[in-house]
Design a protein around this ligand. Structure first.
Ligand SMILES: Cc1cc2nc3c(=O)[nH]c(=O)nc-3n(C[C@H](O)[C@H](O)[C@H](O)COP(=O)(O)OP(=O)(O)OC[C@H]3O[C@@H](n4cnc5c(N)ncnc54)[C@H](O)[C@@H]3O)c2cc1C
Length: 305
C-alpha cells in the first residue's frame, strides 16, 4: 500500500496540469502546513513566529531546474532579495540554494557569477548560505564549487548525503576547508553503483559521518527526523564533551513539530528548513510520497478552508 501511494504521489508531482491548477489555487489545500507561502513576504510573519518560539530558520526558494541564463539570474535576484529582507526584518534565518537553479547545468561561469553575487550580499549582512546537495551526477561539481568559494567566503555551508559510497572520503577531503556541513541521508533515487541499497547501511553511515565531522572539530548540522539520529548525536556530544554551539539539528518545516519544540526546551539549537515560492506543488507531492502519513493533514487542510 505504501509503495503504491509513494508511486502515485511521485507521479502526481510531475503532473503539469495539476501543477498549473495548484499555482492558481494557492497553497490552501494543506501545503501551507509544510510550505512558507508563495513569496518571501508571505513567509516573513511565519519566520518571525518560528524565531519567537526559539527555532532558527533556513529558507529555500522552491524550483530546481532552470532552462535559460535569464531564469538563473532571476533566481539569483530572488535570493538577494530574501537576504536583504532577512537583514531588514532582523530574522534569524539562513538561506539554502540549489546550484541547478542558479545555472549549474548551463555553465560553470554562470553559476559562479550568481553564487559570488549571493555570497557577497550575504557576507555584508552576516547571513550564512548553504548549498543543498542534489542528485549524485551533480555531487562532484557541487563540492568543487563549494571548495572554490569556501576559500573566499566563510559564510558558506554544504550538504553530504550518507547514502553515497563516496561521502566518507568527501568528508575527509573537506577537512582542511573547515566546512560547515549539513549531514543528511539523501533524498534522490540513486543506483546501487553509487549509493547503499540497504537503508540500515545508510543510517550507519550517517552516524559515522556525524562522528567524523564533529570530531574533526567542524560545525555540524544533523538534518534528520529520525529519533535514532538525534539520540545518537546527543549521546556522542555528551561522551566527547562537544559544546552545544558546535552543532545543531535541522528538520523540515511542519515535520516532527513536537520533537523540534522538545529539543529547543532542552537547550539544543534547532533550525527549520522552510521552503517558499510558487513552485511549491512538486515539493508538496514529494513530501506526501516520502511519508504517506502526511496525507492526513493535507486532506484536513482541504476541508477546513
Ligand atoms: C533540513 C533538511 C535539509 C535537507 N537537505 C537535503 C539536501 O540538501 N539533499 C538531499 O538529498 N536531502 C536533503 N534532505 C532530505 C534527507 O536526505 C532525507 O531524505 C529526509 O530527511 C528523510 O530522512 P530522515 O533521516 O529524516 O528519516 P527517514 O530515514 O525517512 O525516517 C526514519 C524514521 O524517522 C521517523 N520520521 C521520519 N520522518 C518523519 C515525520 N515526518 N514525522 C514523524 N516521524 C518521522 C520515522 O520513525 C522513520 O521511520 C534534507 C532533510 C532535512 C531535514
Amino acid at each position: 500500500m505504501e509503495a503504491i501511494s509513494k508511486r502515485f504521489f511521485l507521479y502526481l508531482s510531475n503532473n503539469k496540469l495539476l501543477d498549473g491548477l495548484a499555482k492558481r489555487w494557492g497553497t490552501k489545500f494543506g501545503a501551507d502546513k509544510i510550505v512558507g507561502g508563495e513569496t518571501f513576504s508571505h513567509a516573513i510573519p511565519l519566520i518571525k513566529k518560528l524565531n519567537h518560539d526559539g527555532l532558527l530558520v533556513t529558507v529555500d526558494h522552491l524550483g530546481e531546474f532552470v532552462n535559460s541564463v535569464d531564469e538563473a539570474r532571476e533566481r539569483a535576484q530572488e535570493c538577494l532579495q530574501s537576504i536583504r529582507a532577512i537583514a531588514f526584518h532582523q530574522l534569524n534565518s539562513q538561506v539554502s540554494v540549489k546550484l541547478t537553479s542558479l545555472g549549474l547545468d548551463i555553465s560553470q561561469e554562470l553559476v559562479m557569477e550568481n553564487m559570488e553575487l549571493i555570497l557577497s550580499e550575504a557576507k555584508e549582512h552576516g547571513v550564512t548560505v548553504t548549498i543543498d546537495m542534489e542528485d549524485s551526477s551533480r555531487c562532484h561539481a557541487t563540492l568543487e564549487i563549494y571548495k572554490a568559494l569556501k576559500q573566499k567566503y566563510e559564510n558558506l555551508g554544504t550538504v553530504i548525503q550518507s547514502y553515497l559510497y563516496r561521502s566518507d572520503k568527501d568528508v575527509d577531503d573537506l577537512d582542511s576547508y573547515e566546512p560547515y556541513l549539513r549531514l543528511v541521508k539523501g533524498a534522490y533515487k540513486e543506483s546501487t553503483k553509487v549509493a547503499f541499497p540497504d537503508k540500515r547501511m545508510v543510517d550507519e553511515n550517517l552516524k559515522r559521518l556525524i562522528k567524523k565531522n564533529l570530531l574533526n572539530g567542524h560545525y555540524t548540522a544533523v538534518a534528520s527526523h529520525d529519533d535514532a539520529m538525534v539520540e545518537y548525536t546527543i549521546n556522542l556530544v555528551k561522551e566527547h564533551g562537544i559544546p552545544r554551539d558546535r552543532f545543531e539539528f535541522q528538520m523540515l518545516y511542519g515535520m516532527r513539530n513536537q520533537m523540534q519544540t522538545d529539543l529547543v526546551k532542552e537547550g539544543y539549537t534547532v533550525r527549520v528548513y522552510l521552503p517558499y515560492g510558487e513552485d511549491w506543488y512538486g515539493y508538496f507531492m514529494r513530501r506526501l510520497a516520502e511519508r504517506p502519513a502526511n496525507i492526513a493533514f493535507a486532506i484536513k487542510g482541504i476541508f477546513s478552508k
